[in-house]
Design a protein around this ligand. Structure first.
Ligand code: SF4
Length: 360
């Protein structure tokens, strides 16, 4: 027993020494930390890495809405409670006027970031997207910024239009798009994709598309969703692939992790605990030593997400809508002041972050 404790302490000291010196941890170190480190140890190590990018009491937030412009989708991911197959009742596509009304409401609520996220709808050609985004840019200028599509939708769109990733990125850029974010990544291992989402994309395609997006001069982000049936090794593989992509491109402005909501989905299951989410945030902060911003998910964790600031996160969204996660059980509060006051109680000074004015 005594020897076991000594081994644990020396292993922890070795990893802590790496983190203190600014050396990166390995996948084996991450595995060890997950299994053996206390919450306090993880917070401390994550705080060290966080401190390289942000002052201890600093954090930022945005008021944003996710605009689910269509729920028609042919991908049939088994963890999705949102989609309707083409021709099924309840399928929709938003008009420009619907989208403008949502953007006007966002502005009225003090927000200025919209993120477009919908299904793989075979009825929507590339021109639908280019017209929509160009009309938003013409109507709102820089008063609103938007994350136009996720990489998953971008992949489908390029395939559907029979264009290369580079050509697709250039066409969207010419329509006023500045961001195509890393949403739709869930767990980036080929095994996970084959188990749950075999029509969506392969991991190799995902990163090739993201590389083309970066090379076209568009901005992008990394995301991750945990709480399906993924293994620890799969979580670490996702982090490793993300860190490697950032080493190679430097294109990832932030990393956002949220948790799977299982209600009304084909695979079902139960939600992971907030405690598990927070430990994973800390592990992500320690592992992703080359990404400046780690975002914690109010959308899926509500106020508890702000505890993530102590686990290495430095940024969060205050969402006003996301049909995809709401359909699977997420609840949204518009009482922003209550949420922000919790951040202040924890000792942080939240500052609004305007994506339109920053590169991140
Ligand atoms: S997660 Fe996205 S791609 Fe998969 S079925 Fe749902 S809407 Fe379609």
């Amino acid at each position: 027993m005594g020897n076991a404790v000594a081994t644990d302490n020396s292993q922890l000291a070795e990893i802590a020494s790496k983190v203190d010196q600014g050396l990166r941890i390995t996948a084996d170190d991450a595995r060890w930390l997950w299994k053996n480190a206390s919450d306090a140890d993880l917070c401390s190590l994550a705080g060290t890495v966080r401190g390289r990018f942000h002052s201890p009491d600093a954090c930022t937030y945005m008021v944003m809405r996710i605009i689910n412009y269509t729920n028609v989708c042919v991908a049939q991911c088994d963890y999705c409670a949102f989609y309707k197959l083409p021709g099924a009742s309840g399928g929709y596509v938003l008009s420009h006027e619907d989208v403008f009304a949502k953007l006007d409401e966002l502005l009225a609520l003090g927000g200025d970031l919209a993120a477009f996220n919908g299904g793989f709808n075979p009825q929507l050609p590339l021109n639908y997207y280019c017209d929509l985004f160009a009309s938003i840019r013409a109507r709102y200028g820089d008063s609103i910024e938007f994350y136009a599509l996720t990489i998953a939708e971008f992949l489908y769109l390029a395939d559907h239009a029979k264009l290369s990733y580079t050509e697709t990125a250039e066409r969207l850029k010419a329509a006023g798009v500045r961001w195509i974010t890393g949403g739709g990544s869930e767990i980036l291992t080929e095994d996970f994709r084959a188990r749950h989402s075999k029509f969506k994309y392969t991991v190799a395609e995902y990163f090739l598309a993201q590389q083309a997006i970066v090379e076209a001069g568009l901005k992008t982000t990394a995301t991750m969703v945990i709480g399906f049936d993924e293994t620890l090794d799969e979580r670490i593989e996702h982090l490793e692939r993300t860190r490697k992509f950032q080493d190679e491109t430097g294109g990832l402005a932030s990393f956002l992790c949220w948790t799977f909501k299982p209600y009304f989905t084909q695979i079902g299951g139960i939600e992971i605990t907030a405690a598990e989410y927070l430990r994973h945030l800390a592990l992500s902060r320690i592992y992703l030593d080359n990404i400046p911003r780690i975002r914690t998910s109010v959308l899926t964790q509500n106020e508890r997400a702000l505890d993530g600031l102590r686990y290495g996160a430095d940024d969060f969204d205050l969402p006003i809508e996301d049909e995809v996660t709401q359909k699977a059980g997420a609840t949204i509060s518009l009482d922003f002041e209550r949420i922000l006051s919790y951040a202040r109680q924890l000792g942080y000074a939240p500052v609004y972050r305007h994506v339109a004015n920053t590169s991140q």
